[in-house]
Design a protein around this ligand. Sequence first.
Ligand SMILES: [Zn+2]
Length: 342
Amino acid sequence: MRPLMAIALVLAAGLGIYALTANRDREPERLPFPPLSGSEESSPFDELPSAPIAQDFAPKPVDFDGRQAMRYLGDVCAIGPRITGSDGMKKQQEMLKKHFENLKLQVKAQTFTAKQGSVGKPMEMTNLIVSFQPDKKKRAILCSHYDTRPLADQEPDRRKWKEPFLSANDGGSGVAFLMEFAQHLPKLDLEVGVDLVFFDAEEFIFDRDLDRYFLGSQHFALAWRKLGKERPDYMGAVLLDMIAGKRPRFPVEQHSFRGAKALTLNLWNIAKQQGCDMFVQEHGDTVLDDHLALINVGIPAVDVIDFRYPHWHRLSDTPENCAPDGMIQVSKVLGAWLQTLR
Ligand SMILES: [Zn+2]
């Protein structure tokens, strides 16, 4: 994940693949957003004449255990850095495979080869796809990247960039959340299947000018498109990125709003109905993240992200600077949303 400012997003014609060039900055771009009604006063959240959530919608609650999720976060970070292609990543993959198979979920490794610009030769990378009710055609995606950045390059002291970087919230929180959330899927009233997707190489970045982000999600999206009629009918995808900071805020990420408006409004409406106030009813930053690859191939995808997390890409992104509260609210929203899908 990274900010948009001064980034050219070049769409390769017809392929839906984007190449990214750079001149990055700490601050994300805030795109001007015209109010839907033409009135300066109105928020898009007032613009729901046919809000998809019925007043009496009463989903089964998710009995999400925040303390257990924090223990999982500790387990993930105890591995150390989980950089693409590293032993740490392998250990994490083994841990996740065991965890989800114990829950009787189907675990598939989607391995592919990609060449990162600054790395001399092509290398293997792997997305993990964990499926609940794998035979259902209609499905939802809950996803997160699970690699960690090789360099903590928001550390002001450049000498610290190469120190071991745990990246607890950025890459760890989505994993810990899905490890806990998955246990509750069988207890919900679900008509759809659910794929928990862990993207590799979201930020396998050594050289900001040569290297590409989002290699895993791009591979996943293009592989899905190639399946043609055989492919799952994805009704929507929710990307989780940095959801376990202390007192997190999840305003509406702007690519989500533009690329998947109905789903975005739906989620924030559900959040309001469920009393999840960290899903602030405000427009937030514009963030380039794994959801764009999905949007590019026609899967509505929304990024739930606390982009103002103060430890972002710093050595201080550790479990001590994380908390369960954001994950608990996300569990309520996602649990309810999944039960609206028919
Ligand atoms: Zn990151």
